[in-house]
Design a protein around this ligand. Structure first.
Ligand SMILES: *[C@@H]1O[C@H](CO)[C@@H](O)[C@H](O)[C@H]1NC(C)=O
Ligand SMILES: *[C@@H]1O[C@H](CO)[C@@H](O)[C@H](O)[C@H]1NC(C)=O
Ligand SMILES: *[C@@H]1O[C@H](CO)[C@@H](O)[C@H](O)[C@H]1NC(C)=O
Ligand SMILES: *[C@@H]1O[C@H](CO)[C@@H](O)[C@H](O)[C@H]1NC(C)=O
Length: 609
């Protein structure tokens, strides 16, 4: 029921109006907010530059920023702290505030504070823990090393007396290539796990001995290859991948002729730092960073900018189609290319991320699956959300030709194994769990019909325990009294955060005004109101909350969405409340907002004692 007292209704209208305006206004900026939060912190260093690192020298993993720098100071070799207390033995751009890492020795076996890398008297370069146990060593194949050097190209070398290099970081790349670095047959790059986690991830880029340059998915967590998703198609011809002094990246034949140009017309290396990385999302990208505030080629921001024409493959979402494995995004999710040409993983309606901090882990159903014993009777309890241009091409259970959409819908509704039906030009495919290789792309065509349970209260069994004959209003008042303090605080915090951000960042461009529509309004206890609001939402009468607001009425879909987000945010059970990041994603529309449960069901379960 949706019977609000007039006063409380007005207060809620005002609150919703504020939320609606704030959210609508913040929407275009939400990704920037997210970005601000994850900006890396600078680490000023205090190292000396060495021409030669002599035998016996060592570095200790700590925060003293000790490193071996190249003569120009542009590159440094030493320890970089990653995460809480792990250290990577790495090479990085030392003049950039980000200290971008271009190579590391121990990505899957981090060092701890106090561990030491040493160029031993016998010429071996070893990384040992404090107990003397070896974590990593450079394999010099028994050659006698006389010194080490960090070169201005970013190459760290171990050399003999006669200056012949016996070991080079350039020949043991991790996920990054630098200008002048060559990539021979048999070389490979392995992507990191995520932007923040450098351990080996899910993709490999390799110049095979047969001359083909190939991108593969890996059978994570193992490093064996799964399936190729891009290749240069140069079997028999490819000889050397070159990132030359001018910043061009190309695959050459043995006679030097260029077979495939991977990146051309880059800004000059004299004025820009260059890197090419196989990134955690499986795309090989060429980035540049101006060396000074006033480069001779103006218009570049002081950060790493990707050369978008160089992305390999251009569309990772549609490139990966693997029989074993989940595709470019996790199981039960789908991938689409954002305007920045980067893949974005989303959950279909009725599904949410297993781990919102690691979307590659895929999505889970938010409702109880169809009961197979009663599937025919249960068809009434399910409906379809429709999504154009969406498909999970390798999750078919059945395929029917020359049928109508109506037929396709009925067939899926009465089949407990069917979670999605794809309908395209008279063809009907039933899809089974887990959905894999999901993509949302204009090239797909047709539509996906995603099957969802109508009444998803079954998500929270406690709901069923509420005695139906009790006076609803008494229950609400008791619940409200019980939870009002903690939840109000939560709600106010969210509102305050939104307001703070607005004031801090954009206050000058747009004013926010709160204009009470009812002079009697004094009490603003949003919690009670939100419970009432939940009832309106449940009864499909969200319109009553915003009837006076023309903008909102014009965009009811969005209002309903914001009311749903608001109800998720005030869930009494803290484990149900979304993170701020998730809220942002829901507002942006990258994550579908699933129907929220009764915010007070947690209390209901206590009540039923
Ligand atoms: C090392 O860098 C950190 C982080 O910027 C800084 O706080 C610290 O003072 C530096 N340590 C030394 C010994 O310079
Ligand atoms: C990085 O990801 C791997 C794979 O999930 C995980 O095992 C490892 O603990 C993560 N490392 C850090 C520092 O979070
Ligand atoms: C160089 O090698 C490529 C492929 O191996 C071949 O197609 C091309 O004709 C050769 N060019 C010359 C000048 O020999
Ligand atoms: C790098 O490659 C490009 C494309 O082949 C070529 O035009 C340029 O001269 C090369 N630069 C150097 C320094 O070899």
């Amino acid at each position: 029921m949706c019977g609000l007292s007039y006063v409380l209704m007005s207060v809620f209208k005002v609150s919703m109006k504020v939320i609606f305006h704030v959210m609508a206004f913040l929407l275009p900026y939400s990704s920037c907010l997210l970005f601000l939060v994850i900006l890396p912190q600078p680490f000023p260093a205090t190292a000396e530059s060495y021409k030669h690192i002599t035998l016996g020298l060592s570095l200790t993993a700590s925060n003293n920023n000790d490193s071996w720098r190249s003569p120009s100071g542009e590159f440094a070799f030493g320890f970089q702290q990653v995460g809480d207390d792990g250290f990577l033995l790495a090479i990085w751009f030392n003049k950039l505030p980000e200290k971008t890492i271009v190579w590391s020795a121990n990505r899957n076996n981090l060092a701890q504070r106090g561990d030491e890398v040493k160029l031993m008297e016998d010429g071996q370069l070893v990384l040992n823990d404090r107990k003397g146990k070896q974590i990593w060593r450079a394999d010099t194949a028994g050659s006698r090393v006389a010194y080490a050097a960090m070169l201005d190209t970013g190459n760290f070398v171990l050399a003999r007396h006669d200056s012949v290099n016996v070991w080079e970081s350039f020949l043991q790349p991790t996920d990054t290539l630098l200008p002048t670095q060559t990539f021979r047959q048999g070389s490979k790059l392995v992507a990191g796990y995520s932007t923040m986690n450098h351990s080996t991830g899910r993709y490999q880029f390799t110049l095979q001995f047969d001359g083909n340059l190939v991108l593969y998915t890996l059978a994570f967590p193992l490093d064996s290859v799964n399936s190729p998703y891009w290749s240069s198609e140069t079997v028999g011809n490819g000889f050397l991948l070159s990132f030359n002094q001018s910043g061009n990246i190309y695959l050459a034949a043995k006679n030097g002729s260029i077979l495939v140009m991977l990146s051309s017309d880059p800004p000059p290396t004299r004025d820009f730092y260059h890197v090419a990385i196989l990134e955690y999302d499986g795309v090989f990208r060429h980035y540049v960073y101006p060396k000074s505030m006033n480069p001779r080629v103006p218009g570049w921001p002081m950060r790493w900018s990707p050369l978008t024409s160089s992305f390999i493959p251009p569309n990772i979402c549609t490139s990966i189609q693997e029989k074993n494995g989940c595709g470019a995004c996790g199981f039960n999710s789908y991938c689409n290319l954002g305007i920045d040409q980067r893949p974005k993983c989303s959950c279909p309606p009725g599904y949410t991320f297993l781990d919102s901090d690691d979307v590659m882990k895929g999505c889970k159903q938010d409702f109880v699956s169809q009961n197979c014993e009663e599937a025919p009777q249960e068809t009434e309890l399910f409906y379809f959300e429709q999504k154009e241009n969406t498909d999970w091409p390798l999750s078919d259970s059945e395929h029917f030709r020359i049928v109508t959409e109506e037929w396709c819908r009925k067939a899926c509704l009465s089949d407990c194994f069917c979670v999605v039906a794809i309908f395209r030009d008279g063809d009907c495919w039933k899809k089974k769990i887990p959905l894999s290789n999901g993509r949302f792309d204009p090239s797909v065509g047709g539509k996906a019909l995603i099957k969802i349970r109508k009444d998803n209260s079954t998500l929270n069994p406690a709901d069923d325990d509420v005695p139906k004959n009790k006076s609803r209003s008494t229950i609400i008042i008791i619940k409200s009294l019980l939870v009002v303090s903690s939840v109000s605080l939560n709600f106010l915090f969210i509102l305050k955060t939104l307001l703070d951000v607005l004031r801090f960042g954009y206050g000058k461009t747009k004013k926010l005004y709160i204009e009470p529509t009812d002079p009697e309004v004094k009490d603003e206890d949003q919690m009670v109101l939100a419970y009432w609001a939940y009832d309106c939402y449940k009864d499909g009468e969200v319109g009553l909350l915003v009837e006076a607001d023309e903008d909102a009425v014009l965009d009811m879909k969005r209002v309903v969405k914001f009311v749903m987000i608001a109800i998720w945010c005030i869930q009494e059970d803290p484990s149900l409340r979304p993170t701020m990041k998730k809220v942002t994603q829901m507002m942006e529309g990258t994550v579908e907002v699933s129907a929220p449960p009764d915010p007070s069901s947690f209390i209901s379960s206590i009540e039923s004692f």
